[in-house]
Design a binder for this molecule. Structure first.
Ligand code: IMP
Ligand code: MG
Length: 213
């Protein structure tokens, strides 16, 4: 973790994750998650500024037009809830659930778990909001599915964009930050279901994912 930023967060008290069992066991349930982070990439203040900028862009793009923010669960729940509170024009909110990562850091089989009701998609202007645009498979599939289900228009907004990892051609209309090819966690992003509750975005220590990836 970057030494300057560290003091804001709980000081590590326990062995790093490579030296203890992964996942929530009785041995590590009480340990701070911050100790597993190598570097903080975007702290809370930077995140706030990035979201303010994207929220202004979205507001300008949809002023005078009805639209629905569709949060892609689970990863975008933190970003979407901060984003919508900075958009001061009428909007509706819906959720879709997709999962492409198992317990590893490599993109796996994509599962679309649930969709909004047909009435929330057909004829609507949708803004799909996701945590990170990586290979592009999740969002390109979701855009296609929403159009197939009758959406009038589908645009996308991502918290993070990792363009170096793209496997299918895809660009988001709105994005808060670009990131290098690192596995990142926090602010909704997880590894094996954990770290979503970190208030910043950080690179996970190698020993935390190499054992299980
Ligand atoms: P894509 O389909 O490869 O673009 O991946 C999108 C999904 O992969 C995101 O919604 C995340 O859930 C997950 N993902 C990709 N990169 C990372 C990362 O660095 N950390 C955590 N999750 C990631
Ligand atoms: Mg996700």
């Amino acid at each position: 973790m970057a030494s300057g930023a560290r003091s804001k967060y709980p000081v590590p008290l326990a062995p790093a994750c490579g030296d203890r069992p992964a996942g929530p066991t009785s041995e590590n349930l009480g340990l701070p998650v911050h100790q597993d982070v190598e570097t903080i990439l975007f702290d809370e203040a930077q995140i706030r500024l990035g979201i303010d900028r994207v929220a202004s862009e979205v507001t300008a793009a949809y002023r005078g037009r009805p639209f629905t923010v569709v949060s892609v669960l689970k990863g975008s729940c933190v970003f979407a809830s901060d984003l919508i509170r900075r958009i001061p024009i009428p909007l509706e909110l819906a959720f879709v659930s997709a999962s492409s990562y198992g317990d590893g850091t490599q993109s796996g089989q994509l599962h679309l778990n649930f969709f909004p009701a047909e009435s929330e998609i057909a004829g609507r202007n949708l803004l799909l909001v996701d945590d990170i645009l990586d290979t592009g498979r999740t969002l390109s599939r979701l855009v296609g599915e929403m159009k197939r289900r009758g959406a009038a228009e589908v645009r996308t907004c991502v918290f993070l964009d990792k363009p170096s990892r793209r496997a299918v051609p895809f660009q988001a209309e709105f994005r808060a930050f670009e990131v290098a090819d690192l596995f990142v966690v926090g602010y909704g992003l997880d590894f094996a279901g954990h770290y979503r509750n970190l208030p910043y975005v950080g690179a996970l220590k190698r020993e935390c994912y190499e054992k299980r990836a």
